[in-house]
Design a protein around this ligand. Structure first.
Ligand SMILES: [Zn+2]
Length: 494
């Protein structure tokens, strides 16, 4: 075992003993104000990357409780104990359903809580995923939050990892070492553990970090760095600054020829994106849409999943627009991709309204309807704003660009996009509660998009609106200067 980050760890614990406090929850003492002490995390992983031992100690009086950010952690729980300063242990109650919930208010300040979590089982994207080289876990599988939160706290993190292993950098780092903050409690992120290599890639306004298994052929692919650099540049095409800056992108190599099988954007102390990428990718990886889509999500505040039509509609529209703006595809190709997606969206779905389809999407799997139904509304908004002389959707998004660490319902985000005239909300209101796919005839006419006899998309008339949408709306920031990380031998410690 090797410690990659050192902090004060468990040193300095006091020798005060208190009775164990397992069993039924105890009513909080009303005389004592809620503690808001920071927590120290030690995250240790065994040599086989199958079990995590997470030890949490308090910097002062314990807060009321420790809560996992998702019920997923419960399915992985092997044990949960209070570790007293003298080394003795007692069980701690974790509740019976939902997120793990451990009452900590009655613990002594020098008591610690230790949970062992099984990383061996799967659980999909809300759980863990293994390859021969790494294990990737959503933070919902292992991050515990001390509640109530102190919103400006930096909770120190110490990693104890097997020789040669590292963790993808999804937490913050300052002069005292690693930390996580309340953003890692509010949002799910994606962390990889294993023999990883890391690169810093310049993007407009900063750098993005990309992580992948050091031994994978993907690391040596001539298409790998250009893929990240291009998608990172495309992510700047709304406001001029890349949403990829400061983010960690973990590439998980997969067999097969599909350039990118899957992607997911997570948030937290640092944004974290995962992408399942062909281990020997074709050149088309460099212009693939998936990472552009994921990074477009980070251009707005987090929208809860029941309003997926809006977050996915924005990301789906901009996966095509941003690729054209960044030169990853021609403007005409972008319009063809949009047209093709809209037609697929119109054919998909279960016959319910878009609002209901969004809420039921995980069960019904009507992703195409929700993503492209949302994109249809988003495109209608953009075209309406532009044709009415009310600016652009880019400018409306720029209003909230610095709020990507907050959560807004679709209604609140649309209100932030809107002026007093409610143009944006009125367009949404006309399509959200109908089972009919949005009617885009007016938008197509304004854009000069026509249907040819053979069914393909035609371009007619004045191209100025089409061109305005597919050209960058602002000056794009210059790339950041990134620290050079020397190439590493496969398996070498980072
Ligand atoms: Zn998406």
């Amino acid at each position: 075992m090797r410690t990659t980050r050192l902090d004060r760890g468990l040193a300095g614990v006091l020798v005060v003993l208190v009775p164990a406090c397992g069993g039924a929850p105890v009513e909080p003492s009303r005389e004592r104000a809620a503690s808001l002490s920071s927590v120290r995390y030690e995250i240790a992983i065994d040599d086989r990357l199958e079990q995590m031992t997470e030890t949490l100690c308090s910097e002062g009086p314990w807060t009321d409780r420790l809560v996992s950010i998702h019920a997923e952690a419960r399915t992985r729980l092997a044990s949960a104990r209070v570790v007293h300063a003298d080394g003795t242990e007692d069980p701690i109650d974790v509740g019976s359903s939902g997120p793990l919930t451990m009452r900590t208010r009655e613990l002594a300040p020098d008591d610690c809580v230790r949970v062992r979590l099984d990383l061996g089982s799967s659980g999909g994207m809300s759980g863990c995923m293994r390859t021969s080289a790494l294990v990737m876990c959503a933070t919902s599988a292992f991050v515990l939050a001390a509640e109530p939160w102190r919103t400006n706290a930096r909770h120190r993190v110490r990693l104890v990892l097997p020789e040669g292993a590292s963790m993808s950098p999804i937490f913050g780092e300052d002069e005292e070492g690693l930390y996580l903050d309340e953003r890692s409690h509010r949002y799910v992120g994606y962390a990889a553990f294993g023999a990883l290599t890391r690169r810093e890639i310049p993007v407009p306004g900063g750098c993005t970090t990309v992580v992948l298994p050091a031994s994978s052929p993907l690391a040596a692919s001539p298409h790998f760095v250009p893929w990240v650099a291009r998608a990172g540049r495309a992510s700047a095409m709304i406001t001029g600054l890349a949403t990829a800056r400061g983010a960690t992108i973990t590439a998980i190599p997969m067999p097969g020829d599909t350039p990118v099988l899957f992607g997911m954007a997570g948030r937290g102390t640092r944004p974290s994106v995962i992408a399942l990428v062909a281990e020997d990718p074709p050149a088309s990886l460099e212009t693939d849409w998936t990472l552009v889509h994921e990074l477009a999500h980070l251009a707005t505040p987090y929208v809860p999943s029941e309003d997926a039509w809006l977050s996915e509609g924005l990301a789906t529209y901009y996966q095509e627009v941003n690729r054209a703006r960044a030169g990853m595809q021609s403007a005409e190709q972008a319009w063809r991709e949009i047209d093709d997606g809209l037609r697929r969206g119109a054919r998909d779905g279960t016959g319910v309204t878009l609002r209901i389809e969004s809420r039921e999407m995980q069960a019904s799997r009507a992703y195409t309807r929700v993503y492209w139904g949302g994109a249809a509304i988003v495109m209608s908004i953009d075209v309406a704003l532009r044709t009415r002389g009310l600016g652009t959707l880019d400018a409306r998004i720029a209003r909230v660009a610095d709020r990507h660490d907050s959560t807004l319902s679709a209604e609140a985000l649309l209100a932030a996009f809107d002026d007093d005239d409610r143009v944006v909300r009125d367009i949404v209101a006309s399509w959200l509660d109908t089972a009919t796919f949005p009617d885009l005839r007016e938008a197509y006419a304004a854009l000069g998009l026509t249907r040819r006899e053979d069914g393909t998309l035609g371009f007619e008339g004045d191209p100025s609106l089409r061109d305005a949408i597919m050209n960058p709306p602002v000056e794009i920031a210059s790339n950041g200067t990134c620290p050079a990380i020397p190439p590493q031998d496969p398996g070498h410690i980072e």
